[in-house]
Write a protein that binds this ligand. Structure first.
Ligand code: PGA
Length: 250
């Protein structure tokens, strides 16, 4: 069975070092019983180094386009690497509000160049009958992948914006997700070459909850999930991992 990846995207939900450490502790216990499913945590910057861990990959939610210099408030990819982060999310829709495709490309390239795994998010704001959303996603992925260093450390998270932050009934239908996963794979194949694209795990994000995780995984043709609100509490995140233990992939 292929490895599945489930990433807790904590956003601003988990806000104290104590709560973060307690979550990690509980997650490590469950992760041991979920063979074939890898759990990662995308933490707010202040918790990344404290959570450093052997079994669970700890990463950040964004990264600077700059490597060093006079840039107040920025956190570089090298800094993240140096404090033990294993990965970083780039291009999340909540950041694309003020980050262009060019900025995302630079962040991706910095992250991979520093030795991190990069989770590139892409997703349309609206699905349009004309099919314009396909072009929109293609543009997001193609532009990010231009002259990409180390594509072997790339993960793509497809996240339709209209499905984010709602509830299980509002998540994408598994059959539609399957179609989008094939499309994303094709775009990656055009951008990186078939062999490199085959190795890129494609995740889904957008109202993944314990009740829909199994079906989305079995029918959606993805390698895992990027989970937002259902990762704010350990119990619901753990239920998602457990649901995947019992899945078959098509
Ligand atoms: P959600 O968020 O699970 O709350 O929909 C997913 C994401 O934004 O990564």
């Amino acid at each position: 069975m292929k490895k599945r990846i489930v990433i807790a995207n904590w956003k601003l939900y988990v806000d104290s070092p104590k709560a973060a450490a307690k979550f990690l502790d509980g997650l490590r216990k469950t992760a041991r019983t979920c063979k074939g499913v890898e759990a990662w945590i995308a933490a707010p910057f202040p918790f990344v180094s404290a959570l450093k861990n052997q079994t669970i990959k700890i990463g950040a939610q964004t990264v600077s386009v700059y490597e060093n210099g006079a840039h107040t408030g920025e956190v570089s990819a090298t800094m993240l690497k140096n404090i033990g982060a294993k990965f970083v999310i780039v291009g999340h829709s909540e950041r694309r509000e003020f980050e262009s495709n060019e900025v995302v490309r630079e962040q991706l390239s910095r992250a991979l160049g520093a030795g991190l795994t990069a989770v590139l998010c892409a997703g349309e704001r609206e699905r349009e009958a004309s099919g314009a959303h396909f072009t929109y996603i293609e543009e997001q992925i193609r532009s990010a992948c231009l002259s990409l260093p180390h594509p072997s450390r790339l993960v793509v998270a497809y996240e339709p914006v209209s499905a984010i932050g709602k509830s299980a009934e509002d998540a994408m239908r598994p059959a539609e997700l399957r179609e989008m996963a094939i499309f994303v794979k094709k775009v990656l194949s055009d951008a990186l070459g078939r062999a490199a694209a085959e190795r890129v795990p494609i995740l889904y994000g957008g109202s993944v909850e314990p009740s829909n995780a199994k079906e989305l995984m079995e029918e959606g043709g993805v390698a895992g999930f990027l989970v937002g609100h259902a990762s704010a509490e350990l119990d619901s995140f753990v239920e998602i991992l457990k649901a995947l233990r019992r899945t078959r992939s098509k």
